[in-house]
Design a protein around this ligand. Sequence first.
Ligand code: TXA
Ligand code: MG
Length: 328
Amino acid sequence: MTRLRPVTGPDDPAILEAAAILALGGLVAFPTETVYGLGADGLNPEAVARIYAAKGRPATNPVILHVADAAAARELVSHWSAEATALAARFWPGPLTLVLPASAAVPSIVRAGGPSVALRCPAHPVALALIRAAGRPLAAPSANRSQHLSPTLAQHVASSLGEAVDLILDGGPTEAGLESTILDLTGERPRILRPGPVGPAELAALVGPVDRWEGAVRAGAVQAAPGMGERHYAPRARLDLVAPGTGLREASGAVAYVGLGTLPELPGGVRGILLPLDADAVGTRLFALLHELDDAGFDRIIMELPPEDDAWLAVRDRLRRASAKEMP
Ligand code: TXA
Ligand code: MG
C-alpha cells in the first residue's frame, strides 16, 4: 500500500521522512503550485530510472530538475544567460521552467541524452522544504502514468501510480492546476515549448519577443520539444470540443456537457457542468474535473472551446491534447 501522508507545512516531520526516502533512491510524490510531482534524487541515475519505470515514460522524454533557488540552478548549467537571471528574479519561485545547456553534473537520463536541462524552482512551501531537506535537485515529472491526466490531488497520484511510489505527501489541491510554462533559452530567441501559467506577454515584457512552439510533433519524428506528442493529458472518456453554445440534441450513454460562462439547454440524462469564463479558474479546475468525470464512469465529455486569446493559451493547449484521438 502506498503511504499517503498529510503534510501541513514546511516544518512537518513528514518532509524529513520523505528526504530520507529520496536519499536512499526512493520515489516521493509531492505537491507543487502547478500539479503533483513524482520526485527522485536528480543526481542519482538509478533513482531517476525508477521515475521512468513508474510512469511508463519513454526514455526519450527528459525530466525537469527542481531547485530551491537560482544559485542551485546555475550549478546545473554550462551557461547561465542574462535572460535567465532576469526571468528567475521575476518568476522564481513560480510556474516557469527554463531550458538551458546542461553542465556535466546533470545525469544523462535526466536529459534523455540531450544537451539541455529543464530547471524550475516551485512556489510551494512543501516542495521547497523537501528540496532543501534533500539537499539535491529533485527530478520530478508530473506524478501520473505517461500520457494520462496530471494530478492536482494526492488521491489522483495514488490511483494513477499506486504501489510504484514510496510516499505521497498530501498537501491538498494544487493552486494553478496546469503544469508550468516551459521556456527554451538554448536557441537564438526564447521559445515557449509548453504554454502554462506564465503567459507570453509576461515573458516578452522581460526578454523581448518569444517564439511559440506551434502544433504537435508527429509520432516517430524527432521531437522539436521532447514529450510534446499530440495526445497527452488524456482522460479515459472521449473528449470532444465544440463551439460555445453548441449544446446537444440527443445523447446516448453517460454524457457530460461542460459549458463556459453559460450552459445551453440539454437533453434529459446529460450532465451539465458550468465553468466560469475565467481562464485561471478553469485552469485550476480542469484536470480535477476530468478526473472526476472519468471516475464517475462518463463515456463522453463534450466541452465548449475557450476564447482564442492568450489568457486561455494553456487551457486550450491541454484541451487540444486531451481530445486528440491519435496516440503518438
Ligand atoms: O509544473 C510542472 O512543470 C510539473 C511540476 C511537477 O513541476 N512538472 C511537469 O513535468 O509537468 P513533466 O515531466 O510532466 O513535463 C515536463 C516537460 C516534458 O514534456 C518534457 O519533455 C519537457 O518538460 N522537458 C524536460 N526537459 C527538457 C529539456 N531539456 N528540453 C526540452 N523539454 C524538456
Ligand atoms: Mg507530465
